[in-house]
Design a binder for this molecule. Sequence first.
Ligand code: ZN
Length: 143
Amino acid sequence: MSDLSDLYQSVILDHNKRPRNRGKLPTANRVASGDNPTCGDNCTVYLQFDGERIGGISFEGSGCAISQASASLMTTQLKGKTPAEAEETYKRFSEIVKTGNAPEDFDELAAFAGVHTFPARIKCATLSWHAALEALKQPETKP
Ligand code: ZN
């Protein structure tokens, strides 16, 4: 098990060091922001929604390591998904973060299972996901 937690630790460190899909997405047609005042995190998610699927996704923001790594992971997980699939993925992530119950097979989402022992940080981990789901509900905007 400790090998697995090392592996999960390295997933978070890696997303912190090399955030994926960070910065404005020039082709975005949906955008939403969220913040987490208790920790000082903020996150804006840019989505390119093609009417069926998330064709492109990026984020901008600042805050603690958990919030930034989670935002980076979120973009890699939601790209290519339909809104229903995105919702489903978020539910899985939120369940892991809140309960610490990780699936038996390796799953990048489970890297954040340790967050459940710090209830105040759960909002850090889910901030960007809320923003992404919110962006999907927004009316189309011109970039
Ligand atoms: Zn935070």
